[in-house]
Design a protein around this ligand. Structure first.
Ligand code: NAD
Ligand code: TDX
Length: 329
């Protein structure tokens, strides 16, 4: 198996889970080690994988790596919306050209591909609407990040239809868990509290996200690899929808802080209001269900992880907050 972007948050957790389930798996990781990649996230399995530092947009390299594998699981991407608003350029190269380069390699060598994507490709929903995203919801991305992911999904679908590439796709809601970069909402607030800084809520904090533990996301990906139908897309989401201010209040409670111990900061431009997933298809067809039954349970486990793994996140914290200070958020 070739796993792209596995020095990042979800990819690293995927490799750890896959090797836990099948210790004999032969895994090669390709990762460019951008600011978001950290080899230390794979330190417990370092001697059981082959690690290649490289760019997925490098056609020659991807051709060589794909020729030597049976299956590609494609996580690598620029993943942070705020960064894409500051400088969209790497999002175009990594997310669009990078996916194109992988598609050309799997087409040439006749290899199976699973493409990881996001619910953000559908745009956003009204706060009070009963609507949720489904596999056939039209694409309507808002940010340079989501537009680049939408483009990558379109490329995968086109390669399936035009060239008979053997691929599946999945679009997951917001993940959280161990090895999550401190630029993202939950790890930023957890590590703010752990370093004596106040959490930062964008705008009025009314935006809604659906929170899925990374292990539940990756269990779904493993199920798709095992039982998914070629050419199909699967939406993945826990159903745990919350307004950001309510997530923060719950987190403050988990961490023993007063409910109002946070600051409001200026909103993200173009901030998507609400994401929500109808995950009936993967639940009914593949039998997936999240193991974390509530966000609270997942939050407690995640806070414990960040408390116990300061060595992992501390070196990233100062530079990440310096970036936010420049953005005024
Ligand atoms: P991340 O930013 O933590 O990790 C991305 C990894 O990809 C990093 O290790 C980085 O070095 C690597 N990378 C980036 N550009 C590369 C390139 N050109 N060549 C090789 N490697 C490169 O991201 P994540 O949160 O783990 O997201 C993984 C995937 O899941 C992405 O495709 C993202 O769109 C998708 N996704 C994320 C979430 C979420 O909540 N984080 C939800 C749904 C889908
Ligand atoms: O400090 C913050 N304060 C705040 O209120 C940060 C960093 C974020 N927010 C808000 C913005 C969002 O409404 O919290 C929500 C979550 O923010 P992010 O963690 O930046 O995630 P989001 O923009 O929702 O995108 C995430 O989920 C979908 C991932 O980063 C994407 O890679 C994934 O595709």
């Amino acid at each position: 198996m070739l796993v792209t972007g596995a020095a990042g948050f979800i990819g690293a957790n995927f490799v750890l889970q896959a090797l836990q389930r099948d210790p004999d798996l032969d895994i090669t990781v390709i990762d460019a080690l951008t600011y978001a990649g950290n080899r230390a996230s794979l330190s417990t399995v370092e001697d059981r994988i082959t690690f290649v530092q490289g760019d997925i947009a490098d056609r020659e390299l991807m051709d060589k790596l794909v020729a030597d594998t049976d299956l590609v699981v494609h996580f690598a991407a620029e993943s942070h919306v705020d960064n894409s608003l500051d400088d969209p350029s790497p999002f175009i190269t990594s997310n669009i050209i990078g996916t194109f380069s992988i598609l050309e390699a799997v087409r040439k060598h006749g290899k199976r591909l699973h493409h990881i994507s996001t619910d953000e490709v559908f745009g956003d929903l009204e706060l009070d609407s009963p609507e949720k995203f489904r596999e056939d919801t039209p694409y309507d991305p808002s940010s340079p990040y989501s537009a680049s992911k939408a483009a990558s999904d379109h490329l995968v679908r086109a390669w399936i239809r035009s060239f008979d590439v053997q691929a599946t796709l999945s679009n997951c809601a917001n993940n959280y868990g161990p090895y999550h970069h401190v630029e993202k909402f939950l790890p930023r607030q957890i590590t703010n509290i752990l370093t004596g800084q106040r959490p930062k809520l964008y705008g009025a904090g009314v935006n809604v996200r659906e929170w899925t533990h990374v292990d539940d996301h990756n269990a779904a990906v493993l199920l798709i690899l095992e039982k998914g139908k070629i050419g199909e897309t699967y939406l993945i989401g826990s159903g745990e929808e919350r307004q950001n201010k309510d997530v923060l209040t719950e987190l403050l409670d988990v961490m023993g802080q007063p409910a109002d111990a946070y600051d409001f900061v200026p909103d993200r431009p173009g901030h998507d209001l609400r994401y929500a997933i109808d995950s009936t298809k993967i639940r009914n067809e593949l039998g997936w269900a999240p193991q974390y039954s509530t966000l609270r349970e997942g939050l407690e486990a995640t806070v414990d992880w960040f408390r116990g793994n300061e060595w992992w996140w501390k070196p990233l914290k100062e530079q990440t907050e310096a970036k936010y200070a420049k953005l005024g958020r």
